[in-house]
Design a protein around this ligand. Structure first.
Ligand code: NAP
Ligand code: SF4
Length: 673
């Protein structure tokens, strides 16, 4: 029997019967507006269809110029605009899949001068004040949706998803927060729901019943002035009545102060919200957000919260997620760790998306899986993620690979990261790459340090040196005090922190250490109920209750850095705010512009830019001052022994090292040898 029987039960949505319940949810790739990138997008979606996902939804395209997200022309304003995208639909069809084009009008979220909205109210996450739409322009916008939908279907798409959630134009019409109109489009609920109802009805009329019409409806706004549960249900019923075949669901406006997709959110942590809306309609409902594993998807459907599941980042991480789940090959799935580092952080900094754990994503053509022309004996020195990625990629291409890891386990820095609250997912990546090593026949030697002489004796022809980093040490009076500890020893559990803690360094690891201490008592990352309580979400009413309350913690924490200015600027664009909010709630004190003058029995002494001195009283001083490369083997010595050498990850360059670069470098090395 299939390991996930509910997930792999066929379902009929609109005109189509699909073999399983997995939908690839819409996600911005950052390439929507680039005509030259159409084949890249086509290869990306086709790979997902080939990997067993029966229904794919594109990134969002505006139904007109005003509705585009960025200055790029990612909108369908004419038949030609749609025909350019035909290779995408054709590529998915060639793999036996179906594909919908998503129409997303950004409204006041548009990052350009021409943004429009029901009312001229600036969003807190955008600099531009939108222009208020006239009644005639609203009518025209509805027609633009219908025309764009018809053009997309002419270009071969199997239907349309209308984006009606997450704070975009349709949300802006629905919610009193952003709709202050006094005409037929604003005021009471009947007027506010008119715009999406007419959009759906007109699109339905234009594309006919042979095409699929999906509407992405809000099930939780998470902002003041958002919809009530009764209104959420009424919107869903209205969209069914207007002609939608299936309802996808969206959680939280982009300006919400509650995490909705980051690592802080437990797996499937918002499926309950779809379940609250579901009784209002008879058409199928799709749950979304943080569904990254087949067992999570199965549980959601089994619980009756939804009929199908939407996976977006999970399919960026593994194009064959569905096919592997169908075979019960859970260990073979590369799980999305919800880091956002290479997908949403890229998009919101105007770079094309890819994936930290799967650098091939959206660059499929750059990493062809071609066998090596000449088979070599390759040593990989270091079993962190960079080394594992290099070893797996090289062995899968036919090389004979041995991986040497001085520690007793694989995983390197990820073994520390997985101890941070909310970063448990990092354990998945270690397990996945270890499984790839096993399947590719890599000889893994744990607890063994490689030497040049040893590699020469064993006739290795090339060494990939992935020996990682060494934490930077402090060079100030008192740095050898026993109260000074490295983040490595703290996170590895070799030392315990006392109640008063000073953290030296305000980078990603300084934040991680502060979170590790501050949230030790919290279970909000593991359990949907605890998460909702922690972030002030009233589950019974699908509303936002009190938020931002203080978080109890056992530690009095001070974070310090030498440079002036705010903390957290180097954190991820879409995740940093969560960490900052958490530490503020835990009462962490932030001290910038600090010169460290010494450590003694009282604590850490600093001098500020204005010359004043202060002692930060602390019994534990955790050093998170960055890293130095750790090059286990020198390239000159390897060359003298006739062994080629490639440095990857931290061993290559420790400054601004992150897992994204480490894995990509490892994979590129393994793919090019
Ligand atoms: P980092 O981001 O480079 O931060 C190092 C910190 O140490 C800085 O705040 C720096 O601030 C301070 N520092 C540097 N040299 C120092 C010295 N000699 N003495 C005292 N302080 C010194 O490095 P990291 O925190 O170790 O993180 C490593 C990498 O992992 C980074 O790329 C980071 O982005 C990534 N990472 C990201 C996350 C995340 O986004 N959540 C989490 C973990 C790791 P001053 O120079 O101002 O003192
Ligand atoms: Fe998931 Fe991170 Fe990959 Fe984005 S970059 S798809 S969040 S693993």
């Amino acid at each position: 029997m299939n390991a996930y029987p509910k997930l792999f039960t066929p379902i009929t949505v609109g005109p189509f019967t699909l073999p399983n319940r997995i939908v690839m949810g819409s996600m911005h790739t950052g390439l929507e507006g680039e005509r030259a990138a159409v084949h890249r997008i086509a290869a990306f979606y086709a790979a997902r269809a080939r990997g067993g996902t029966p229904l794919v939804i594109t990134g969002g395209y505006g139904p007109n110029r005003a509705g585009r997200m960025t200055p790029h022309p990612a909108y369908i304003g004419s038949r030609d605009d749609a025909l350019v995208l035909k290779p995408i639909a054709d590529a998915v069809h060639a793999e036996g899949g179906r594909i919908l084009l998503q129409l997303l009008h950004s409204g006041r979220y548009g990052y350009h001068d021409g943004s429009v909205a029901p009312s001229p109210l600036k969003s807190p996450i955008n600099k531009t004040v939108p222009r208020e739409l006239t009644g005639a322009e609203i009518r025209q916008t509805i027609e633009d949706y219908a025309a764009a939908a018809a053009f997309a279907c002419e270009a071969g798409f199997d239907g349309i998803e209308i984006m009606g959630s997450e704070g975009y134009l349709i949300s802006q019409f629905l919610a009193p927060r952003t709709n202050k109109r006094s005409d037929e489009w604003g005021g009471d609920f009947a007027n506010r729901v008119r715009f999406p109802s007419e959009v759906v009805a007109r699109v339905r009329a234009r594309i006919g019943r042979e095409r699929l019409l999906m509407y992405r409806t809000t099930v939780l706004d998470l902002v003041e002035g958002g919809l009530t549960l009764d209104e959420i249900r009424a919107v869903a019923a209205a969209m069914e009545a207007a002609g939608a075949d299936v309802l996808n669901t969206g959680i939280g406006w982009h300006e919400a102060q509650v995490p909705t997709i980051t690592q802080a959110v437990p797996r499937g942590g918002f499926a309950w919200a779809a379940g609250l809306m579901k009784p209002a309609v008879r058409i199928p409902v799709i749950a979304s957000n943080r569904i990254n594993a087949p067992e999570t998807a199965e549980a959601i459907i089994a619980a009756g919260d939804a009929d199908m599941v939407s996976l977006a980042r999970a399919l960026l991480a593994d194009e064959a997620f569905a096919a592997k789940a169908a075979k019960g090959d859970r260990a073979g799935i590369n799980i999305c760790i919800a880091c956002n580092q290479a997908c949403l952080d890229h998009y919101f900094t105007f770079k094309p998306a890819t994936c930290l754990v799967n650098p091939r994503a959206l660059r499929e053509e750059e990493f062809p899986a071609t066998p090596a022309a000449t088979k070599k004996r390759i040593a990989v020195v270091g079993g962190g993620l960079a080394g594992m990625a290099a070893a797996a990629s090289a062995a899968e291409r036919g090389h004979a690979v041995t991986l040497f890891e001085a520690a007793g386990e694989l995983g390197g820095q990820f073994n520390l990261a997985k101890r941070i609250p909310g970063k448990q997912e990092f354990a998945e990546s270690v397990a996945y790459f270890a499984e790839r090593l096993r399947r590719a026949g890599v000889a893994v030697k744990l607890g063994e340090k490689a030497s040049v002489a040893g590699l020469a004796t064993e006739r290795f022809q090339h060494a990939v040196v992935a020996s990682g980093i060494a934490p930077r040490k402090l060079d100030i009076p008192g740095a050898d005090d026993p109260r000074v500890v490295s983040y490595v020893d703290l996170l590895a559990g070799r030392v315990e922190a006392s109640a008063r803690v000073a953290i030296i360094g305000g980078g990603g690891i300084g934040f991680d250490v502060a979170l590790y201490l501050a949230e030790r008592r919290s279970r909000s990352h593991l359990d949907a109920e605890a998460f909702a309580a922690h972030w002030g979400v009233d589950r019974a009413n699908a509303a936002l209750a009190k938020n931002g309350h203080a978080m109890p913690t056992d530690y009095k924490i001070t974070m310090l850095k030498r440079s002036p200015g705010p903390f957290g600027r180097t954190l991820g664009k879409t995740t940093g705010w969560v960490h900052r909010a958490e530490l503020a709630r835990a009462g962490v004190r932030f001290v910038d512009g600090a010169a460290y003058t010494g450590i003694d029995a009282r604590g850490l002494h600093i001098r500020r830019a204005d010359g004043s001195a202060e002692c930060i009283e602390a019994d534990t001083i955790v050093v998170c001052a960055g890293q130095e490369p750790l090059r286990a083997l020198a390239s000159e010595a390897l060359a003298a022994a006739g062994i080629g050498c490639t440095y990857v990850g931290g061993a290559n360059f420790a400054t601004e090292l992150d897992a994204k670069r480490a894995i990509e470098e490892g994979m590129r090395a393994g793919s090019s040898l």
